[in-house]
Design a protein around this ligand. Sequence first.
Ligand code: SF4
Length: 485
Amino acid sequence: MTQLSTHPWDDDHLKEECGVFGIYGIDEAAAHTVLGLHALQHRGQEAAGIVAFDGHRFNAHRELGHVADHFSSGKVVERLKGYASIGHVRYSTTGETILRNVQPLFADLEVGGFALAHNGNLTNAYALRRDLVRRGSLFQSTTDTEVITHLMAAAGRGDVVERLTEALLQIEGAYSLVALAEDMVIGVRDPLGVRPLLMGKLGSATILASETCALDIIGATYVRDLDPGEIVVIDHSGVRSIKPFPKRQHRFCIFEYIYFARPDSSLEGYSVYEARKRIGAELARENGVPADVIVPVPDSGVPAALGYAQEAGIPFELGIIRNHYVGRTFIEPTDHIRHLGVRLKHNANRAKVDGKRVVLVDDSIVRGTTSKKIVEMVRAAGAKEVHMRISSPPTTHSCFYGIDTPERSKLLAAQHNVAEMAKIIGVDSLAFISIDGLYRAMGQPRRDPDKPQYCDACFTGEYPTTLTDQTDNSPRQLSLLTENA
Ligand code: SF4
């Protein structure tokens, strides 16, 4: 789910845009959903929402902020009665946030109530929205996701699954959807399977979730990942699978393994932790450098740094310590304070870097601003040499499939070669894993037409779908309403 507007980039890491969870056939479905959303909180910290169905009514609660901020109260969960429920966490930005964009979105369709939660990004949402508005649709939000419910309403005939299918046949892009209709939870993965969505079981209840960590937290067992282009319908008669799209080559987002997903999750049958370690080992084989210590940039760089250190036979040390208690509400009032901000989150561990040749391992470089500050910090703590190794290829292109990336002109690797980047960041050497090395680490030959491939467009510019909205220059007046955040 993406807000259809530009928003400022507030950090130097890519941000996931949303996690989804759904459960059918259990008492206190909403309470289970709260736990699931807690496990998926890393996928979005801007807002959270839950809609439950109790056999008669839909009960919803949507708020800006963290799950713990709004769903810890017994009163809230008590009100969300039902045996079926879906939930959503949304990414964080410093941009304007409005409650009407918080998911799950809800619509009263001719076929009954329908709640929808989306992870991903539609690449033809503007074009579809313009057409729908011309035909009389009144949009309530500025998200791409709402296009789906309007297309369902405009379908004019069919049951809820048929209408949803008709809507999906018109949209392009990346989407893992979890929807709640009367007595039914529906899960959908786009035809390329870009974003994750998997199924689990807890007794007789069926669960849908973005990652396996959301199954673990409620004690559910993993059943399988949904296939690309699969719709699953879960109701009192069981689980039904529909595959209405022509078969396409699987293009799962490789960045889920590198950075976004939690390391204790498994996606598509691969442990994220093991994938990161293998990528780190491949990085060491490709780009080794004499050093005394391997230091991860916390937290996401840790498994790759471990893999690197084990492969290189160099000690692994926590040479940078992260402060976990920095509130997300920290406001940076002046440039001076903003510059100090990195020390709020990280501090160099002098005992482990002083006088050493240090290899810093991180997962990506976006703008380079955080990397530069971390290198300065490690040097100030006495490091003799600082080398940086990155467990992804250079991020040269923006993502249009649900990851919050800055425009190309703001991506350091789109503007500079590796030698220039090393100079800007202030390291003695800089190297990235190659795209072929990344595929090797994942045990997959690259661009094999007979094998599933990954989406790697942010490194290669090879987008696996059309990008209709990117080539459309028509004015985009989305909303005249400003709302309190
Ligand atoms: Fe993932 Fe990059 Fe593809 Fe976006 S462009 S889906 S981040 S691999």
